[in-house]
Every structure is written in C-alpha cells, then in structure tokens.
Design a binder for this molecule. Structure first.
Ligand code: 1HN
Length: 362
C-alpha cells in the first residue's frame, strides 16, 4: 500500500500481468530507473485502472447512543475557543487516520454547549450541516444568521465567513460534511481566521429563505452562484414535501420517496461538490437492490429499520449514521415510516461523466 498523502494506491492486489519469474531479472533496472524518478507502468497498471470500483472505504455504522457519550466527554476536555471546531471525526474504518467518512468526503459530529461560540473563519472547502440534536443554536454565514432545528440541512458555501453559537439551554449536535479532500486533491486550499469571534450581521435572519425559498426569485436577480442561495432548508418544509409526494404517487422501487436539495437559481444540486437528499421510506416498503458509484453517508432522521450493505446488515434508529461504499449493493428495509438524509460526491461524478448506477430487478 502506498499512501502519497491522501491518494492511496493499492499495489498489493493483482495489478499486472507480468511474469513474476521474469520480474526478478528486472529489479536492478527498476532500481536504476527509480533513481531518475521513473517507474514501470506495467507493474501497477491494473491497480490504477480497475475493472470495477474498488472502494477503500468500508461499510460502516455509528450507533448514536454509543457516540453521544464521547461527544459529551469531549466537552469536558476542550472548548470550541481552543479547538476552533469541537468535532469528533467519523473515521471510515477502511481509511483510518485520514479524516474521511467516504473516500472523497469528510464527516464529523460537532457539539456546541449552551453559551458557547465557535469562532469565525472561512475556507475554500464547502460544508454542510445536518442537525441531529438540540434546538435554537445558530450558524451565521456571510453576515446572515439562521436558527437551526433537528433535521435542518444548512450550507456553508466556499470561502464564506461562518461562526456558530448556541443560545439555547441544551447541547446542540450536528453532522458536518465537507469536501476538503476534493479541494486538497487539487491543492487548492486556503483558509483564514477572522479577527473577531463573530462576524457582523449584515442581513436580517430569514432574508435568504424570504427571497429564494418559495419558488420565486427577486425579479432582477441575475447571478447564478453554483451554491444555493438558500442556506437553511428547514426540516418542517422538506419533511412535508416528502409526505405530500407520498400521497400523490407510488414509491420508487429503488428509492422510496427521494428528493434532492436543489439550487433554485440553476435547478442543479444545492452544492457544487456534495449531493444531498432526503428520503422517505414508508412503513412496510423494502427498496429493490441498488448500487451506484457515489459512496454515500446516511443519517437516520426518523424511524427504525435495517439496511443490507453488501453482506452486512445494519440495524438503525434515529441519529445513527451509516456508509454505503461505491458499487456495494444496498437494500433498505424500514420497520415504520423512516426518513434518511444522504450525502455523496455524486454531483462531482456527474459533471465528470463518472457516475454510474445499477438498479436490481424488481
Ligand atoms: C469546519 O470549518 C467546521 O466550520 C466543521 O463548523 C468541521 C472539519 C474540518 C475542517 C473544517 C465548521 C470542519 C471544519
């Protein structure tokens, strides 16, 4: 295994068709070539270009009732002022030590206690928040605050100033999803701290949703930012949309009722680098076998059930998080009405013509 700082190339599997006996006579040549920064492609070719996806990320499940005590203990060890962001990274067991929940994306759980503030900074990496627990904490993005409730999907676009605070009397926990591994693949990362803890508020709370959140746009609005101008998609709206959909049509065999968060300016995904959606799996429904090339992290929002991921079965309940790797077949089976949030790199793969899916027989 070669780890070149993020891009892991597996050279241990069957990667070439060269004759191992003949190879011995070539090692001196390989050594001399290496001193000139040259290497034989034929030894690695089939590891570089595989017949099928070979995700290093593994199927994984985090049970929230096991994770939560660690989040609370983290609060005894460090403040957000010292940590900058008090986050426990959801480390995919197939990619230990790399801060990846899937091969391309970050996942972590952030906790903010009443009265705490996570200081203002900005970076090229875009972030999503999916609220797990708590109420009435805020995030401020580019001068506008939004109050967050469980199930809300919140966006921090690339290079926008952001800080978080908890003005309630209960701990707030959310999932952070970031694309910094994609940014770092291109060595395009910048970050900056703000000279003050919080950033001045330049627009009243509710501006974004008022102007962009009702299938209407300000008449002379012309910009087409790649990130949605709506930076909080409240759960009470999105949940209602799923249930309304469930009253007017049958569930999709492979997805149930699955709706993507979209950018109202373009109709594209809400974020340019991370696809996000919300999915209602009605009681008694079982999805047909499905796989796609976007390794996906799921958060259980409501309901109880199980998912078969490859040859593993994950039993889940609200707040649990699980990962379905690229090209691993998945079947979801809720026990009652269940709602799942999901995020993946599908939007990037679609732009690059990489993305594939396979729908099993129904
Ligand atoms: C970050 O800036 C936040 O702003 C959360 O809340 C998690 C993980 C890695 C790098 C930056 C935040 C992060 C992060």
């Amino acid at each position: 295994m070669i780890n070149d700082g993020g891009n892991v190339l597996d050279t241990t599997g069957m990667v070439s068709t060269v004759d191992p006996i003949a190879e011995e006579g070539r090692f001196a040549f390989y050594e001399r070539a290496r001193s000139e920064n040259l290497a034989p492609l034929w030894r690695v070719l089939h590891g570089l270009v595989t017949e099928e996806p070979r995700p290093r990320c593994a199927p994984a499940l985090w049970k929230y009732d096991r994770v939560r005590p660690y989040l609370m203990e983290a609060c005894e060890h460090i403040s957000p002022a010292e940590a900058e962001r008090r986050v426990l990274v959801l480390e995919n067991p197939g990619l230990p030590g790399q801060s990846r929940i899937t091969q391309s994306l970050f996942g972590g759980l952030q906790v903010i206690l009443p009265g705490e503030v996570a200081p203002t900074h900005r970076h090229v990496a875009s972030a999503l928040r999916f609220i797990i627990e708590g109420r009435d904490a805020y995030t401020a993005v580019a001068g506008e605050k939004t109050t967050m409730e469980p199930g809300d999907f919140v966006i921090t676009p690339s290079m926008t100033w952001h800080d978080h605070g908890n003005e309630s009397d209960v701990p707030m926990v959310w999932l952070d999803g970031l694309d910094m591994h994609v940014v770092n693949l291109f060595a395009a990362s910048f970050r900056e701290g703000y000279p003050h803890t919080t950033h001045p508020q330049t627009r009243p709370e509710g501006t974004a949703i008022a102007e962009f959140g009702s299938n209407l746009l300000p008449v002379d609005h012309s910009g087409k930012s790649q990130t949605s101008p709506i930076f909080n998609y409240p759960y009470h709206h999105t949940r209602e949309a799923l249930y309304k959909s469930s009253r007017v049509r049958d569930p999709d065999y492979w997805h149930g009722y699955k709706m993507r968060y979209s950018n109202p300016l373009t109709g594209d995904w809400a974020m340019p680098t991370i696809s996000t959606w919300l999915q209602l799996l009605p009681a008694g429904f079982k999805t047909a076998a499905y796989r796609s090339t976007d390794s996906t992290a799921y958060v259980v929002v409501e309901g109880y059930g199980k998912s078969r991921v490859g040859n593993q079965v994950f039993e889940w309940q609200p707040h649990d998080i699980f990962v379905v790797p690229s090209w691993v077949t998945c079947v979801h089976e809720p026990m009652n009405d269940a709602v799942l949030f999901g995020y993946s790199d599908r939007v990037i793969q679609e732009k690059l013509d990489f993305w594939r899916e396979e729908k099993g027989h129904v």
